[in-house]
Design a protein around this ligand. Structure first.
Ligand SMILES: C[S@@+](CC[C@H](N)C(=O)[O-])C[C@H]1O[C@@H](n2cnc3c(N)ncnc32)[C@H](O)[C@@H]1O
Length: 320
C-alpha cells in the first residue's frame, strides 16, 4: 500500500491554506496521481465547495485504471477528471478538458514512484530478482533498462550511472557490464544486474543504502526521461497557473530536488545575469515567490509511520 507523503502540509499549500471555506474556485491539478492519496484528501476537503475541480494525471495506465474504479462517483459528478498523460504535456492536456477556461490555482508534483509500482514485477525493485529489466512507467516509452544494459557503449553507461545515479563507481560498473556482454551474456532480469553490482558496490561492512540503489535510480531516470519531464513540467506549470496559484513539489533525491530548487530560484529573481556582469542585460522578471525558504521535511512521527518518506523534501512557490 502506498502512504501519501506530508499529506496535511502539501494539501494546505496546494489549496491555498487550511481553511476549506476559502478555497478559490477553479482547477487544481494533481500531476502525479499515483494511488490517489493526495487527490483523495483534496476531494474530501473540497467536496462541498462549488466550482472547484480536480484534474489528476499519471503516465502509468495501471494507476489510472485503478483510480477510475476507486473514484467512479467523483468522476461521474465531474468533480474529478482522471487522465493518462505525462505532466510534461500539461497545457495540451488541460486545454482538451471541459474545465479549460477556468483559472488554474494549484499544481502538486509528488515525484518518483508509488510503493505499489515497486511490487508489480516491472524491474523497479531489486527485491524482485526474477522481474524483467523493464523500468518503464508508461508502456508508451520505447526504451527499457534491458536495452540500455545490452546496447549502450561504455561512455554513455558511465555518464548516466555517475550523473543520474550519483554512483562513484559508474566507470567500473559500465566496464563490468561490457565485459559480461563480450562473453555473450544478455541482461534480462533484475538478478543479472545485481550479480554485476554486488561485486563492485557491495561493501563487506554495513551500508546505509542498498548496493544497487544508485544504479537502479540512474536506469529508471534514463528510461523515463525523468529530468526532462520534470523541467518541462515545472515550466509549463508556471505558464498555466493563475496569479497567486501555487506549485507544490515533493522530491525524494537530489536529482529531483535540485532542478526544482534551481527553477524556483531563477524564477524568483529579477536579474539572472552572471555575477560578473556589471549591469543587467537579461531583462528577466521574477514570476515566482518562494514560500518555503528551506525545503520542508517529514517530522519524526511521519518517518516512523512511513519510513519511505524519510528522504522527502517539499518546496512551494506562488506565481506572482
Ligand atoms: C510518488 S507517486 C504519487 C503518489 C500520490 N501522490 C499518492 O498520494 O498516492 C508518483 C506517481 O507519479 C507518476 N509519474 C511520474 N512521472 C510522471 C510524469 N512525468 N507524468 C505523469 N505521472 C508521472 C508515477 O507513475 C507515480 O504513479
Amino acid at each position: 500500500m502506498h502512504i501519501s507523503v506530508m499529506p496535511v502540509e502539501s494539501l494546505n499549500f496546494w489549496i491555498g491554506g487550511d481553511n476549506k471555506e476559502k478555497v478559490l474556485p477553479g482547477v487544481y491539478v494533481d500531476a502525479t496521481f499515483g494511488e490517489g492519496g493526495h487527490s483523495r484528501l483534496f476531494l474530501e476537503q473540497t467536496d462541498k465547495t462549488e466550482n472547484v475541480f480536480l484534474v489528476a494525471l499519471d503516465r502509468d495506465s495501471r494507476r489510472i485504471e485503478k483510480g477510475k474504479n476507486f473514484f467512479a462517483k467523483e468522476i461521474e459528478s465531474g468533480k474529478l477528471q482522471l487522465i493518462k498523460g505525462n505532466f510534461s504535456e500539461l497545457p495540451a492536456i488541460l486545454s482538451s478538458l471541459k474545465t479549460k477556461n477556468l483559472p488554474v490555482r494549484g499544481i502538486l508534483f509528488d515525484f518518483g514512484l508509488c510503493t505499489t509500482q515497486f511490487s508489480e514485477n516491472r524491474g523497479f525493485s531489486f527485491n524482485e530478482k526474477e522481474a524483467p529489466l523493464d523500468m518503464r512507467m508508461s508502456e508508451d516509452e520505447e526504451l527499457t533498462a534491458g536495452q540500455i544494459l545490452n546496447e549502450w557503449e561504455e561512455e554513455a553507461l558511465t555518464k548516466i550511472i555517475k550523473e543520474k545515479g550519483e554512483e562513484r563507481e559508474g566507470r567500473k560498473i559500465a566496464r563490468a557490464i561490457l565485459q559480461k556482454r563480450a562473453q555473450g551474456f544478455s541482461f534480462e532480469k533484475v538478478d543479472d544486474l545485481l550479480e554485476v553490482l554486488k561485486k563492485i558496490t557491495k561493501k563487506p561492512w554495513g551500508q546505509k543504502i542498498h548496493f544497487a540503489t544508485k544504479t537502479f535510480q540512474a536506469l529508471r531516470m534514463t528510461v523515463n526521461r525523468e529530468e526532462e519531464s520534470l523541467i518541462r513540467g515545472l515550466r509549463e506549470a508556471l505558464d498555466i497557473l493563475a496569479p497567486g496559484g501555487r506549485i507544490v513539489t515533493i522530491a525524494f533525491h537530489s536529482g529531483e530536488d535540485r532542478p526544482v530548487k534551481n527553477f524556483f530560484r531563477r524564477e524568483s529573481r529579477d536579474c539572472i545575469c552572471p555575477p560578473e556582469m556589471p549591469i543587467c542585460r537579461c531583462d528577466h522578471q521574477k514570476t515566482l515567490k518562494i514560500l518555503t525558504k528551506k525545503p520542508l521535511t517529514p517530522d519524526e512521527e511521519e518517518i516512523k509511520r512511513n519510513p519511505n518518506s524519510r528522504s522527502a523534501k517539499m518546496r512551494v512557490a506562488e506565481k506572482i
